[in-house]
Design a protein around this ligand. Sequence first.
Ligand code: GUN
Length: 285
Amino acid sequence: MEIIDGKKISAQIKEELREKTARLKEKGVVPGLAVVLVGDDPASQTYVRNKKKTCDELGYYSEEYILPADTTQETLDALIDRLNAEPKIHGILVQLPLPRHLNADHVIERILPQKDVDAFHPSNVGKIMIGKYDFLPCTPAGVMTLLDRSGIDVCGKKCVVLGRSNIVGKPQAMLLLHKNATVTICHSKTKDLAEITKQADVIVCAIGKAKFLTADMVSPGTVVIDVGINRDENGKLCGDVDFENVAPKTSFITPVPGGVGPMTIAMLMKNTMTAAMIAEGVSEG
Ligand code: GUN
């Protein structure tokens, strides 16, 4: 059994991007990211701070907007319009979830698709479906990179995705399919779930329930990727996988924390770099 080190792999990717940024700077191109947070959710504040910090480490230009929880849709729209028109900004990320009076779908569609570094805009989602994309959604892209850099080829393998969200489950299934996996998507209405997971060569667990995937649901030698971020009964951070009991049965497994989580931000930085290169018309950094 090998524990996949997401911290290490994300550090490698960030280092590659840092070197590329230095080369792009010589051509007068500096990738720029705007991060927008509405409200004062502490977890979201931490995510936004980390994104800003990573921009600084890589040499990106960044702008941070922390708006009060009672910000109106009109005010948020006006900010997005301004950032859409700002040449120094290549990527715009509006931290989700938004306060309930704001419409997330509307906000996502207001961001120009070429600046949508989350790849949440319907135009980018459609491009992923047909396999002709510039950006990949950060979490599923992080999972694919972890598999790739661990030497795991999914071609022809039975891959089971647990969860069907627009942010993780659905695009994850599509990315695995693009790599020629045979993909099954399971969700809360799936019958005989354990029978399906026991057949899997690879399980990606994005169901949002602490320790949901248990040892009896996994066959020996399976690759298990845990996308969950939950708190257990003692308030300790844990994933969707009962790591302690599942890990000994697996060939590879990701821990929480230190697995998929650190990859998400590295993929956001990669998307911002891609957006900058396309916008500035440069092919290689
Ligand atoms: N909130 C939690 N994860 C994400 C993400 O990947 N993108 C955005 N915009 N908000 C999030």
